[in-house]
Design a protein around this ligand. Structure first.
Ligand code: SF4
Ligand code: SF4
Length: 370
């Protein structure tokens, strides 16, 4: 009995919000200038695919590089030199990079063991402060894979599962709790001397090798966890990024400082709701004026789907719109530019020597976290 009025009320609200405005728009044939910005999505897919392929190739080269050190006393020649070691794999060591960042800021000492990891981390932080979570939305291979899984799922299953709003809020807090934990342990508790000692230790020298073994020598627990994550990503869009990634949590909080934000102009909006329906972070773009939430990755999927010119843009303070093409160029220039600066200033290649690898890699499985 009590549910019926509620149902009528919610149906009335739905008609008022979702059906009448578009219908009026059609009826009066308001002269809305249409716009097609599908190219934004293609630019994003291209950049994500490029980074993913480069990293896959780097992973393969790194695998070959590490394998040659695995058997002590082997007569096999070390054919891949230190110059052949792809430094980009250090992008998978963000916790180490956070320690290095603290060391660099407090002592001026730049990590010489995994400098590329620190450079990539700095690039992601700079992008967050200036260009929203551009790293998550345009560069991160995990985000790209998550997107790909979701698209695959959409082709196979039509049924959508929606997370209860309060459960969604609770789960979203996990990544911020994890981030706070890392910040507390590393940024607040660890003193620079302890960080310097850790960085020069054997464990950190082969942290990249340990990361490689995480995938190539997968334990049953790891495999099961990855499978569970895969299934959850099929059911709930971007499960890892949305709920669990502490890196994304940190970038999200920093992204609130970004002067660029997706901005909706209610005058030009035709209330078609396409922006909300397509947002990978499930943000209700169509109900907001300026997207300030740390969940926005700056992927511009909403902007690319918006059919009304001037209704939705990435904009500077004062609601001055920025051409999406310029945003894409800025994302690429800031990321690759920072990497180039790292390389040109000699902060890219690791200082770990061939004899270090010969000594430590065969003993990797006995090496415990200090
Ligand atoms: S609001 Fe737009 S830019 Fe932000 S995450 Fe959603 S689709 Fe991407
Ligand atoms: S901002 Fe664009 S996509 Fe979103 S509701 Fe308005 S017209 Fe539709």
């Amino acid at each position: 009995m009590t549910k019926k009025p509620l149902k009528i009320l919610s149906t009335a609200c739905y008609i008022l919000i979702k059906i009448i405005p578009p219908a009026l728009y059609l009826y009066y044939d308001t002269p809305v200038e249409k716009i097609n910005r599908t190219y934004i999505r293609y630019a994003r897919y291209a950049l994500q695919a490029y980074v993913l392929l480069v990293l896959l190739y780097a992973g393969y080269r790194f695998y070959l590089f590490v394998t040659q050190y695995e058997h002590p006393g082997s007569t096999e020649e070390i054919s891949l030199s230190l110059d052949d070691r792809p430094a980009s794999v250090e992008g998978f060591l963000p916790i180490g990079a956070l320690m290095s960042l603290k060391l660099w800021i407090t002592t001026g000492v730049f990590d010489r063991i995994h400098p590329a990891g620190l450079v990539i981390f700095i690039a992601a932080l700079l992008m967050a402060v200036l260009l929203k979570k551009g790293f998550c939305g345009w560069i991160c291979p995990v985000g790209a894979l998550s997107d790909a899984i979701w698209k695959l799922r959409q082709r196979v299953f039509t049924k959508r599962f929606s997370m209860n709003r309060w459960v969604d809020y609770a789960l979203r807090s996990i990544k911020y709790i994890l981030m706070a934990l890392f910040i507390y342990i590393i940024v607040i508790k660890m003193d620079p001397g302890a960080i310097a000692a850790f960085i020069e230790g054997d464990y950190y020298k082969i942290a990249d090798v340990k990361m490689l073994y995480f995938f190539t020598r997968m334990s049953t627990t790891t495999l099961v966890s990855l499978l569970v994550l895969f299934v959850l990503s099929l059911v709930y869009r971007n499960f890892w990024c949305r709920y669990l990634c502490p890196y994304g949590g940190l970038l999200g909080l920093l992204s609130m400082l970004s002067p660029l934000k997706v901005t909706r102009n209610n005058e030009a909006c035709i209330h078609c709701n396409r922006c909300s329906e397509n947002c990978p972070s499930s943000i209700r773009v169509a109900e907001l004026s300026r997207i300030r939430t740390p969940e926005c990755t700056g992927c511009l999927t909403c902007v690319s789907h918006c059919p009304a010119k001037g209704a939705l843009d990435v904009a500077m303070p004062g609601r001055r719109p920025l051409h999406p093409g310029i945003f894409v160029l800025l994302v690429s220039a800031l990321f690759f530019g920072t990497l180039c600066i790292g390389w040109l200033t000699g902060n890219w290649k690791s200082a770990v020597t061939s004899s270090d690898y010969q000594r430590i890699i065969p003993a990797t499985s006995f090496l415990e976290h200090p």
